[in-house]
Design a protein around this ligand. Structure first.
Ligand code: ADP
Length: 165
């Protein structure tokens, strides 16, 4: 049984994340998308809001589960029986940090290997930060995130989604 963990902030989930989820789910028996709850990043969405958004978006993928966790990713992987960590690589700029993270996780838990999936070209520019930036000015985010979460993002900025259309 190959079990993988896809950890991240997902604040909010984007089409870039979803693409990684779909592709990773084809490679393993079970993929657990794990929302990092204790991020020092002062998230826009609470951990449970992020978990719910992802659950709705992956409802059609039977081998994908969603949870949230605190603490070290390598410890959470051990607790959940995952032996792979999945991460997405968008550009060279992601690489240095991701390499360091993967090596650290392997030192903490040597049962773990990190699998890097290279982003689809369509999403290589896309990040949760960009989505928040555009949404905060009332810009169109429909090319960035699933339809079901668009209004939830606007409402965090007190923008009525419908008035934009
Ligand atoms: P973190 O705070 O852990 O970087 P993110 O939610 O920003 O959390 O990203 C989680 C994972 O998804 C990371 O591996 C990141 O590189 C990857 N990722 C983010 N955006 C994209 C994208 N547009 N395409 C592919 N992978 C992505």
């Amino acid at each position: 049984m190959k079990r993988a963990l896809y950890p991240g902030s997902f604040d909010p989930l984007t089409f870039g994340h979803l693409d990684i989820i779909r592709r990773a789910a084809r490679m393993v028996d079970e993929l657990n998308v794990a929302v990092l709850a204790n991020s020092a990043k002062n998230p826009l969405f609470s951990a449970s809001e992020r978990v719910n958004m992802i659950k709705e978006a992956v409802a059609g993928l039977p081998n994908v589960t969603v949870s949230s966790f605190d603490g070290l990713t390598a410890d959470y992987a051990r607790q959940t029986g995952a032996t792979f960590i999945v991460r997405g690589l968008r550009a060279v700029t992601d690489f240095e940090y991701e390499l360091q993270l993967a090596q650290t996780n392997h030192v903490i838990n040597d049962d773990i290997d990190t699998i890097f999936l290279v982003t689809d070209l369509r999403y290589s520019y896309l990040s949760s930060t960009i989505v928040k930036e555009v949404a905060s000015y009332g810009g169109d985010i429909s090319k960035f995130v699933p339809e079901s979460i668009i209004d939830r993002i606007y409402s965090k900025y007190h923008i009525s989604g419908r008035s934009l259309k």
